[in-house]
Design a protein around this ligand. Structure first.
Ligand code: AHR
Length: 495
């Protein structure tokens, strides 16, 4: 064994719960995410249940996703919800100006979304329109969704076939209001937030969890101004968006073709979210030392060039083992900050950016990222455990990182969960784990791995990257030795 690589887990020292909502997702009206990916309509030849693709639905049910954000994204701030209710034949069409200029026929609206959330057993998270909407429009949407009694909107909902209110909880007040959501200044948005949030009412038993549209990347001023200018009782969450981009925003690199240096560049940039959370969090602490307000990282993930030959407005990209590492590192970091990070949403669910699922007409594949979310299930609602990690480094060209990236938690039944990414492309790492505060008897493990860092699944070969049982470990009393394979993500469970 190599004493250089060492992990000490303090199994009796946990305080913070890792909210399962950190494992949330995001589906915008963008490209083939909703249309073709989730919704094909009841008359489609593609096997569907009430218009929803059966294969995708089942994959999401299996993943037990805690929440789903909808309808955007940039789309949210030009979406008018009343266009998406009633008889689909009568629904007006619109142009999806942000995403490819395609026609949006509004066949997937509030009922279709809420019913989908119910079918897959997830909590809906809706983002309302601040950029091009009105206080009245948003207020009425909430009345439509949540009001129990007799009112114009509740009655309209009933006429459209939904008797009971849906009692939604998570509500976003605009999206990226500093950019596509209206190009506002933080001072202006803070005032707008106060108006919109005032009329975003709690009805009956449904208390809204209101999320203010937060900063992009390292815009610390945005966070400062919002925390200062919005009365804390008016918000429950403040969002943060951060995308991992290899190359630059203007010149993004390929999703599948990259050298080892670009690979490390990508993972280093993904890991940068640690610093962003710390620094935005420090500003939030100043105003909210109790950490009542959640940092809601409701857009994160890789953003590469689109697949050659596809519509640039559709953001369709492949997903390699590199994306699996980005997911593992990001989720490990979110766990670490679980006292402040109460929710996160990967962008985006099907066929868009760092998708967990890709579809063609009739077929579906699960991406490496899907398998990491599957692997990480035990962390959901577990107690975060402090650990100490010493890892060797891996370096290519100008880039250097620790080869191992870890998160540790404890499930309700006492099982200790250790997720480990070994980002080294070709070196197996022997890790000594010291387990403090637990008498370990049983170990079981699974891993996601691939023959190469740029390996990915295709419709012809669906299982190049997959999840499998892992057995290369040895338990003696309070020490555990794990041979962590190169280019792999593990979940080791100790009881
Ligand atoms: O996820 C794609 C886009 O990225 C979203 O619509 C927007 O909020 C962000 O700029």
């Amino acid at each position: 064994s190599n004493a250089q690589n060492r992990l000490i887990v303090n199994a009796d020292q946990g305080k913070t719960t890792i909210s399962r909502h950190i494992y949330g997702h995001f589906a915008e009206h963008l490209g083939r995410n909703i249309y073709g990916g989730i919704w094909v309509g009841p008359n489609s030849d593609i096997p569907n249940e009430d218009g929803y693709r059966k294969d995708v639905m089942q994959a999401l049910i299996d993943l037990e996703i805690p929440n789903l954000r909808w309808p955007g994204g940039c789309f949210a701030d030009e979406y008018h919800w009343t266009d998406g209710i009633g008889d689909p034949a009568d629904r007006p069409k619109m142009i999806n100006t942000h995403w490819g200029g395609v026609t949006e026929d509004n066949s997937f609206g509030t009922h279709e979304f809420m019913n989908f959330a119910k079918k897959i057993g997830t909590e809906p998270y809706i983002t309302g329109n601040v950029g091009s909407g009105s206080v009245e429009e948003m207020s009425k949407w909430i009345e439509y969704i949540n009001f129990d009694g007799v009112s114009p909107m509740a009655d309209l909902r009933r006429r459209n076939g939904q008797e009971e209110p849906w009692n939604i909880k998570y509500w976003g007040v605009g999206n990226e209001s500093w950019g596509c959501g209206g190009n506002m200044t933080p001072e202006y948005y803070a005032n707008e937030y106060r108006r919109y949030a005032t009329y975003a009412r709690d009805y009956g038993g449904a208390k809204l969890y209101k999320i203010a549209g937060g900063a992009n990347n390292w815009d610390y001023n945005w966070t400062e101004v919002l925390m200062k200018n919005i009365p804390l009782w008016m918000m429950d969450g403040l969002s943060l968006h951060y995308y991992t981009i290899a190359g630059s925003w203007e010149n993004k690199k390929s999703a599948t073709q990259f050298d080892k240096e670009t690979y490390l560049e990508t993972l280093r940039k993904a890991a940068f979210i640690d610093e962003l959370i710390t620094r935005h969090g420090t500003i939030m602490d100043k105003y909210d030392p109790e950490k009542r307000i959640g940092m809601i990282i409701d857009e994160w993930g890789t953003w590469f060039q689109v697949e050659p030959g596809t519509n640039p407005g559709f953001l369709y990209q492949q997903n390699t083992m590199r994306d699996a590492h980005v997911a593992a590192i990001s989720l490990n970091i979110f766990n670490k900050h679980a006292d402040r990070v109460h929710m996160a949403n990967l962008a985006q669910t099907v066929n868009v950016l760092q998708a967990i699922i890709l579809t063609n007409e009739t077929d579906m594949i699960l991406t490496p990222t899907y398998h990491v979310f599957d692997l990480y299930k035990p962390h959901k609602d577990a107690t975060l455990l402090p650990h100490h990690l010493v890892s060797e480094e891996v370096s290519f060209g100008k880039e250097k990182m620790e080869a191992l990236n870890v998160s540790t938690s404890k499930s309700d039944d006492g099982t200790v969960n250790i997720s480990i990414a070994n980002i080294h492309p070709d070196k197996k790492i022997d890790l000594d784990v010291v387990l403090r505060g637990i008498e370990a008897k049983n170990v079981s493990a699974e891993f996601v791995t691939a023959p190469a860092i740029d390996a990915y699944n295709t419709f012809e070969k669906k299982d190049v990257v997959k999840k499998a049982a892992f057995r290369d470990f040895k338990l003696n009393k309070d020490s555990l030795k794990i041979s962590v394979p190169a280019n792999s993500v593990l979940m080791v469970r100790v009881k």
